[in-house]
Design a protein around this ligand. Structure first.
Ligand code: HEM
Ligand code: HEM
Length: 196
């Protein structure tokens, strides 16, 4: 597809990226606090929010992947070594896998408990499997392990983006943000050395 600017991520790609990052932060907070809450309506509300937001992430993930396959990605920045580009592609692929695996494992986990799944108390969603203690014992630690895998990978990914900005001084991070939000290190270098 012909994108208007092949050097930057489109506004739609950026919106998907940062909306999903924000929702995952909310999910981490809800997931890590809700389990130890006392049995009150507050706890049920937190679980409902966690499950509903997680299912929303699943839908956003599908839309995001569809958009990515349709619109493509901007060209790899010049000066990035091939091994780094390959590593980034591998990391992004793994992040996409986790983006689906986490909500699907959560959905399966909830199904194994036999609790209903009502999206924001509005829409009933079907279970993926019938109630089963054996399944629960497998999927509960799996959901948690997938979460920690996402934490590790996302932190490495974010560190790489910040490293590119601060030390490689390229536009990796700038082009994933709306124009003007962050000064391009390349533009900064030009102002500091106007005759360079
Ligand atoms: C990106 C999506 C998701 C993330 C990042 C996420 C993260 C987490 C985390 C960090 C925990 C706490 C784990 C623990 O300490 O045991 C948790 C628990 C849980 N999650 Fe998710 N989750 C996601 C999606 C979902 C979805 C879609 C559902 C259900 C439809 C779900 C259902 C559950 C349930 C039922 C628990 C509690 C398990 C228990 O009570 O022991 N999660 N989740
Ligand atoms: C939960 C956290 C995150 C997830 C799941 C995530 C996921 C992804 C994925 C899947 C891509 C590839 C996009 C594609 O090919 O369609 C991507 C790109 C990118 N992400 Fe993240 N991300 C996260 C957090 C962050 C953070 C915190 C930063 C910045 C500090 C960041 C900066 C970037 C940048 C700059 C790119 C573009 C890389 C390039 O042009 O090659 N991400 N992210």
């Amino acid at each position: 597809m012909t994108a208007p600017d092949r050097q930057r991520w489109s506004a739609i790609s950026q919106a998907f990226h940062w909306l999903i990052v924000a929702l995952i932060l909310v999910m981490a907070y809800l997931g890590l606090t809700m389990v130890d809450l006392p049995d009150t309506p507050h706890k049920i509300f937190f679980y409902m929010l966690h499950k509903s937001t997680g299912m929303t992430i699943l839908v956003l993930g599908v839309l995001r992947l569809a958009w990515r396959l349709y619109a493509g990605r901007p060209a790899v920045l010049s000066g990035i070594p091939r091994w780094q580009a390959h590593l980034a592609t591998l990391t992004h692929g793994a992040l996409y896998v986790l983006l689906f695996a986490l909500p699907l494992s959560g959905w399966l986990l909830n199904s194994s408990t036999g609790f209903p799944l009502r999206w924001f108390n509005l829409v009933n969603l079907p279970p993926l499997a019938s109630r089963s203690d054996a399944l629960h014992e497998v999927v509960r630690p799996l959901h948690e392990a997938l979460f920690w895998a996402l934490v590790v990978l996302a932190l490495a990914h974010a560190a790489a983006a910040i490293y590119h900005h601060l030390f490689q001084r390229d536009d990796t991070l700038v082009r994933m943000l709306p124009r003007g939000w962050l000064r391009a290190p390349s533009a900064q270098a030009q102002t500091e050395h106007p005759h360079a």
